[in-house]
Design a protein around this ligand. Structure first.
Ligand code: KG4
Ligand code: ZN
Length: 402
C-alpha cells in the first residue's frame, strides 16, 4: 500500500485555492495554486466574501488540473486531506465541503489538517525529500531524527512559535506534537508588511514590495522601538493563554502606527498619493515600477521598517531557541520568503551552531502540498476526520482552546 501512497491535499483557508498530490508526505507530483491577488489587490487586503466566491469558482478546475498534472485519477489516491482551520470561515467551508463530497463519492478517507501544521510540514516535506534522495544518507547513515525543534510560523495571519516534537509511532513515520510557546498579541508580521505597504501607496500583498524596495534604503535611518509587551491580558487560564514562564509575545500594530506618524510628521502624504495613483494606472504594477516613484526618505523608511521587524522576529526566536535548548529552528509562512529575514536567521544560526531551515519560495506561501504532507503521518496513524467536520476559523495548534 505504502509504495504508491498518494494524498490529494486541498487548501482554501485564505486567498489561494490550492490542490496538490503528494506521495508519502515527501514527493510532490503536482501542486496547483490559483492566486486571488488581482481580485483583492484593489482593496489592499483580503475581502472574505470575494474570497469564498473565487474559491467556489476555482476549486474544481484546480483539483482537476492537479490530478491531470500528476497523471492520476481519483482511484489512485489513498486519502484526501483538507485544511480545517484556522482561516476565513466561508473560504474554509468551500474546501471542506468539496473534500467531504469527494471523499464520500470516491470512498476515500478524509484527513483534516491544521493550516499552521501545514506550514511546518512545508519545511519537513523538503527535508524528507532531500534525505530520501541523498545516496550518502542510507537509513543507517542518516543523522538521528532530532527530538525537538522550534518552528516560527510567520505569515499574513499568524506569528506563532511552536515547540514541535516527534515520537516514534511504530508506523515508520514519526508522530508530531506541538506546544504553542509564542504568538502575536495584535497584528501578524505579514499583516504589518501589508498595512505599511498600503499606507505608503505600494501594491498588495505588501511583503514582496517591501522586500524588493528595502535594499535601496538605509535601515538605520528611522529608529523604531518595540514596547515591552505586558502579559496581563494573556494570563494563564484565559483563551489562548501561554505558559507565562516561557511565553514569547510579538506585537506589530505599534510599528504600523509609528510608520503612519512618521509620514505625517514628514508631510509625505502628497508623494504617497501620487505614487498610489501612478501605480493604479499601470495594468500590473511591480516593485520595479515603484522604485523610481519613491524618494530616498521613503526608501529609508521602508528599509528601517523591514529591519526592525526582522530584528524583532530574529531576537525573540533565537532567545526562545536558547530557552528551550533546541538545536534546530524552522521558519515558515509567507514572511519566510523575505530575503533579509533569511540572511539574518541563517547568519545567527551559524553563529550559534543551530540548524536552520526554510521552505523553498513556492512552499513558503499558502499551498496544498504542505497540507497533503502534514496529512501523511495522520493517515498512517489512522487519524481521520469525523463526518461532522466543519470549518474551524480560530483553530489553534498545540492543544489550546479553539
Ligand atoms: O502564508 P501566506 O501565503 O498566507 C497566510 O497564511 O497568511 O502569507 C502571506 C503573507 C502576506 O502578509 C505577505 O505580505 C507576506 O506573507 N509575504 C512576505 C513576503 N512574501 C509574502 N512578507 C515579507 N517578505 C516577503 N518576501
Ligand atoms: Zn498560511
Amino acid at each position: 500500500m505504502a509504495s504508491g501512497a498518494l494524498i490529494l491535499g486541498i487548501e482554501t483557508s485564505c486567498d489561494e485555492t490550492a490542490a496538490a498530490v503528494v506521495r508519502q508526505g515527501r514527493e510532490i507530483l503536482s501542486s496547483v495554486v490559483a492566486s486571488q491577488i488581482p481580485i483583492h489587490s484593489p482593496y489592499g487586503g483580503v475581502v472574505p466574501e470575494l474570497a469564498s466566491r473565487e474559491h467556489l469558482r476555482n476549486i474544481l478546475p484546480v483539483v482537476r488540473a492537479t490530478l491531470e498534472q500528476a497523471g492520476i485519477g481519483y482511484d489512485d489516491l489513498v486519502a484526501i486531506a483538507v485544511t480545517e482551520g484556522p482561516g476565513l470561515a466561508g473560504a474554509l467551508l468551500v474546501g471542506i465541503t468539496f473534500a467531504k463530497s469527494l471523499a464520500f463519492a470516491a470512498q476515500k478517507p478524509l484527513v483534516a489538517v491544521n493550516h499552521l501544521e501545514g506550514h511546518i510540514h512545508a519545511v519537513l516535506l523538503e527535508e524528507a525529500r532531500r534525505q530520501a534522495s541523498d545516496p550518502n544518507l542510507t537509513p543507517e547513515g542518516r543523522p538521528p531524527a532530532r527530538p525537538a525543534l522550534l518552528a516560527l510560523v510567520v505569515s499574513g495571519g499568524h506569528t506563532h512559535l511552536y515547540l514541535a516534537e516527534t515520537r516514534s509511532s511504530g508506523i515508520g513515520e514519526p508522530v508530531w506534537s506541538y506546544r504553542n510557546v509564542g504568538r502575536t498579541v495584535d497584528d501578524a508580521a505579514g499583516e504589518a508588511f501589508d498595512k505599511v505597504a498600503k499606507l505608503l501607496g505600494l501594491g498588495y500583498p505588501g511583503g514582496p514590495w517591501i522586500d524588493a524596495l528595502a535594499p535601496h534604503g538605509n535601515p538605520q535611518a528611522v529608529p523604531f522601538t518595540f514596547a515591552q509587551i505586558k502579559a496581563k491580558a494573556h494570563r494563564r487560564g484565559e483563551p489562548g493563554a501561554l505558559d507565562p514562564a516561557t511565553a514569547t509575545y510579538f506585537s506589530y500594530s505599534g510599528i504600523k502606527t509609528a510608520v503612519l506618524r512618521y509620514t505625517h510628521v514628514h508631510e509625505m502624504e502628497a508623494s504617497i498619493e501620487s505614487r498610489r495613483a501612478a501605480l493604479a494606472n499601470l495594468p500590473s504594477p511591480t516593485p520595479a515600477d515603484a522604485l523610481p516613484l519613491c524618494d530616498q526618505r521613503t526608501l529609508d523608511l521602508i528599509a528601517s521598517f523591514q529591519r526592525s521587524v526582522v530584528d524583532d522576529l530574529h531576537r525573540k526566536t533565537f532567545r526562545a531557541a536558547e530557552q528551550f535548548g533546541v538545536d534546530r529552528v524552522l521558519v515558515s509562512g509567507g514572511v519566510a520568503a523575505n530575503r533579509e529575514l533569511r540572511v539574518r536567521f541563517t547568519a545567527e544560526a551559524a553563529e550559534r551552531n543551530l540548524l536552520i531551515a526554510f521552505p523553498s519560495l513556492a512552499l513558503s506561501t499558502d499551498n496544498a502540498a504542505m497540507i497533503a504532507a502534514a496529512a501523511w503521518p495522520k493517515f498512517l496513524a489512522g487519524v481521520f476526520a469525523p463526518e461532522a467536520l466543519t470549518a474551524e476559523p480560530s483553530l489553534a495548534l498545540g492543544g489550546k482552546p479553539r
